[in-house]
Design a protein around this ligand. Sequence first.
Ligand SMILES: NC(=O)c1ccc[n+]([C@@H]2O[C@H](COP(=O)([O-])OP(=O)(O)OC[C@H]3O[C@@H](n4cnc5c(N)ncnc54)[C@H](OP(=O)(O)O)[C@@H]3O)[C@@H](O)[C@H]2O)c1
Length: 288
Amino acid sequence: MRTKDFKNFIRPFEIGELISCDTFARVVESECDALPVGAAVMGRQGWQDYAVVTPGDVKVVADDYTAEEWMTALSSPGQTPYLAFTQKARPMPGETLVVSSAAGAVGSYAVQLGKLGGMRVVGIAGGPEKTAYVRDRIGADAAVDYKSGNFEEELAAACPDGVHLYFDLVGGRVSDVVSEILAMRSHILLVGRIAANNSTTPEHDMANMRHVWSRETTMHAFSRYAYAELYPQAVERLGALLRAGRLTMHNVVLDGMEATPEFLNQKLAGRHLGKVLVRYADENGKRI
Ligand SMILES: NC(=O)c1ccc[n+]([C@@H]2O[C@H](COP(=O)([O-])OP(=O)(O)OC[C@H]3O[C@@H](n4cnc5c(N)ncnc54)[C@H](OP(=O)(O)O)[C@@H]3O)[C@@H](O)[C@H]2O)c1
């Protein structure tokens, strides 16, 4: 999203600028009591080996969760659907939830939280390995491959009562197909626009707004950043689900700073399941 000069809620990166991203790190030197050496800290320190920070730049986090748990279930991937479902459109038991990019980082948690909310969940993902993961590992009732020749028919067959809630991470053609089978007074959560961000010529979507109008559908644009005051609540609730063994996810952990741009391209091209994490140092702080 930030490599394109599209109109967006956040400015594009400038050439030579540090690439920001969520980070989990350890304090290795300190001149400050609030950040003792060895403390685990999370922030947005980006693609770099070391960062100089003040207490306001990072959050000290407890060691009772692993780095992977902090970076996935307890961060953006878990928090985004948790906050979207609690603040914008609640899962309704028995109704049908459709999640796009369902095998991805955020989508995997949207599927699981939708199931925990009692919904019938249908995940959309690219290819048989990803649809098997969505159905068999994270518990969707059905999974549909948007790259198959019969996407439209297969999605309609998986949603016999129509789509009551659409958790949309991609837009583009996938969303046009979903719009055809919206239920009356349904809801769309606009959470991501991968199809537009992932292309030099953004795919247009919701080409036929007549479907939204005729089903009296409500569309909710959602940004997690608008709910920062609720992050501690999200961590508490998602942590309790993790501890109870009710959330699972596949993470891909890759090593090395130099390869990070290539890892990002792989993720956007759909090579990996779940969340892609990159490690720059081992447990002892030695550069990988
Ligand atoms: N609103 C918020 O607060 C918020 C917070 C976090 C993230 N987001 C947004 O949520 C989206 C998902 O983020 P993520 O980290 O979970 O990414 P992700 O889903 O883990 O990774 C991207 C996936 O998108 C799929 N994809 C790529 N091009 C596609 C296309 N043209 N049509 C359909 N699917 C396509 C690929 O999966 P397949 O192999 O299945 O195609 C790929 O694996 C992003 O747009 C991100 O910006 C929003």
